[in-house]
Write a protein that binds this ligand. Sequence first.
Ligand code: 13P
Length: 232
Amino acid sequence: MIIALNHKSNLNKEEYEKYIEDFSTIKTNHKMILCPSFVHLNNKTPNHVILGSQNVGLFDNGAHTGEISAQQLKSYHVEYTIVGHSERRKEEKESLKDIHQKMQQLFQNNIIPILCVGETKKEREAGKVEEVLEKEIITATENLTSEEREKLIIAYEPIWSIGTGLIPSNKEIIKTIRFIKHLLPNTKVLYGGSVTEENIDIIKSISIIDGYLLGGLSLKIEQLKILLEKLN
Ligand code: 13P
């Protein structure tokens, strides 16, 4: 399985160093993609970890103050990048067009995007889950080759589930992931949103999930170890 870890804006220098030390004690065969803050990308990572980032700039190297380009990420051995996380769509006003452009930047530099999609509580209550996801997926993947579509990873993260302790029922998750796989037949789909070492007992029975995108849990090594053992 793919286990992607989104640290978000957490861990200062010392905390990250300690985290990596503790992380080195994890033994797992799962594909672990660690997405720390940009400031930690140059730090050592354990051998069994693949490096990811949480964002990418819209442009090539050049006069774009404060941005980090896909070329720069590649030079730090970043192999995956989270794109279109709902926190960025909301807080940074990231548009569908921006997300499409970032996808292009990443593929041009051989970095695999982990495209986050998901509905708000209001959209869910209005029965618009599939409509929202279709729009997010179709616009972001426009012009991608079939090879790129197969490399791409989608993370289904219902916005109302992120950091709230609420998760959809297995039945709802299955329905939504089936819908995503219908749009992109050969693309891997992760689930994200309040996944813990406890509720994994329920979610793990969903066989069409290719992995998980973990937020809060990614920072807690002991709980993370329990989750990984349960997925074995
Ligand atoms: P939580 O696991 O903290 O709900 O966050 C999920 C997430 O946003 C991962 O990208």
